[in-house]
Design a protein around this ligand. Sequence first.
Ligand code: ADP
Length: 768
Amino acid sequence: MDSTDQLPDLLSIRQTAALLGVHPETLRRWDAQGKLSARRVGPRGARRYAKRDVLRLAQRQEDRVRDAQRVVVEVARAISSSLDLHAVARTVVDAAVRVVGSDRCAIYLVSADRQMVEPLWGTDVKDPASAQSLFFANPIPVDALPLLSHTLRHPEPVVVDDTETHPLSNPELFRFFDTRTVINVGLRGTDGEVFAMMPFVWTGKPHTVREDDVFFAHSLAALAEVALSNARLFAQIEQERTRATIINDVVRDVNGGRDLGDTLGRAISSLVTQLDADDGSIFLADEQGTAMIGAAETRVIGQSRVGVVLPLAAAPNIARALALGEPLLVPTAEAAGDERAWFDSLQLQSSLYVPLLSQGRLVGIAFANYFKRTPQLLSNDKRFVAALADQCSLAIERVRLLDAVSARAAELEAVIAQMGEGVIITDREGRIVLVNDYAAQLHGTAVLEVAPEQYSAEYNLLRLDGTPYPPLELPLSGAVLKGESIRNAEWRIRRADGSEVIASGSATPITGADGTRLGAVLVVRDVTARRKLEAEKDQFLSVVSHELKTPLTTIKGQTELAKRRITRGLSPAEVLSSLDSVAKQVRRMEALIGDLLDIRRLETGSLPIDLAPHDLRVIVGEACERSQAMTDRHAVELRVQTDRPIVVNLDRHRIDQVLDNILSNAIKYSPDGGTILLELSARDGEALLRVHDQGIGIPEQGREHLFERFYRGANVRASEYGGLGIGLALSREIVVRHAGRLELETTGPEGTTFRLSLPVVSQSAVSA
Ligand code: ADP
């Protein structure tokens, strides 16, 4: 080493000089002149020949490095906070021109098929305006420039120092862009393949490329490589995520869809959008799987494809795709072979055939069509298509299943709707989802979506004692919320119209095959009539016992009395009067029991009627006499409005029964006595008898039940008026059997009028 201190290391001058971009020519000249030889250039020589230049260069170098460092840090910071491909490219490119000092810089992405490079971002320092439109605006075929295909294979920086002479250059093309010197660097992805290029360009005159130009270009490219890789990865992830979302959407769509056409329409639209195709359609396999039938399309081109039949035998590509079990790309119309006509009619360049399989079974095929291009399908695109196809298959299977199920469900629903019992079904939360006709009628309403807490309020449910039914204690709530089965519970329903019914119901939880609770069902029926009947029966029994007990008491008393009178040796006449009243009570009991037997016969339809012609005037007259004999407080008066016989075909015994009934009622329900007026007339082939009393009348409430069995007016129940409530029912039934009518004509505080009409027969048939 030299002892001089001014130039610490002459050998480093060569390195520094080379590094700092002293033109190779100059270096060669210096070297030829021996200026760079440590042996031959001493400190003085060096000082004389090179020191000033080199130091100046060294200073510049230092500034540049410092500047570069700052820019790189800036860039690194900027790109580490961004995952937007364009923003990253822009930051890197802008920094690159500053650090390297080129006139232009750009980043081109290599297309998926590696045939093209496509500009991502570019910058032109001298002509910022034109930069985007010309040099950077168009994709360049890799084949058009040897430089590009070279970089695709060798990503390391390659220097085209002069585009007019360099072997990798295409002078004509570069001249067009005014490109004179280029450093082109390839950017490699994680797979080692070049995914982008970054050219640094000097325009106008050739630029002397120094080693540090290359070094900086390389460094910036490395920076871009990392940043863009990340951004690209992110973009891919984003795409995957979008696609995952789409698949989710499709899943939701197809699971929600009930109409196959709709569902398929949505599925094919998603597929077409995601594959950037121009058009698409779905065909479904026929029963035998030998032909495909058009089921959905994104738009109608010429004639609609829906309903079109494609026999597999005539469509080898479809058959191939199906055999393959994965998407098949038919890249050109020429390659379509037998399906060429199909391609031509739709004016397709290419088409992706996506087989739809479900559990290995052929369901159909989807087509994604391209009018003017042939798509490049990457492996993740294929995965996406496959996933989407799976969803389509599922959708088809599902809708077909639904169709089958809903046909069954419709039957079931019809059965439930028409059931002779009320059915209410809830979902798993207990919200009411079905109320059949009977249940709706029973409640006078059919509100759906009602939650358990609202059952009592919405449906107006009461306990039997009339207090509000706590909703969560209702059988249906118990079934759906606690899984309990509750049988034959009873409650009351107060309808909106004010009427009240008694309901009896059983609630059962509904569980799926796997044991999960799906909801609950309540079967409910109206037991009002039954409960009423039971109440009536109770009342009837107590009335009958009472009615039978009264004469029995008399009989018992009179018998005792007769015994005592005989023992005491009283006269037979006195004994006879006791026996008379015994006989009277026995007749009363007989009549009672007779009525009861008759009502029973009426129920069974075995009440015999023996018709014979009679003059009604005679029959009514006798009935009047009978009833007058029973009372001295009433005057029974008959007015017959004709002199001629009123001949009616009748069962003497039964009509007597009817008249006795009406007349005894008239007497019984006129406690203050009065006149009982009978008016008998005949007109238009009809005999009419009106029986009018001056009694207590019949209260309006319940009047419509007057002729029903066991019905007794509200004013006579639990009072001194005895009776079973079967007289009028029996009477009307007998009259109806005579083709006549028995009706209440008027009633009120002034009394009651019943009207009896019977058909008359011709005079000649009157019996003696
Ligand atoms: P009952 O044994 O109660 O008399 P009926 O069938 O003969 O049974 O009559 C039914 C009801 O009709 C009676 O309970 C009474 O309320 C009413 N009713 C019948 N006839 C008369 C009448 N003439 N005046 C007032 N109410 C009557």
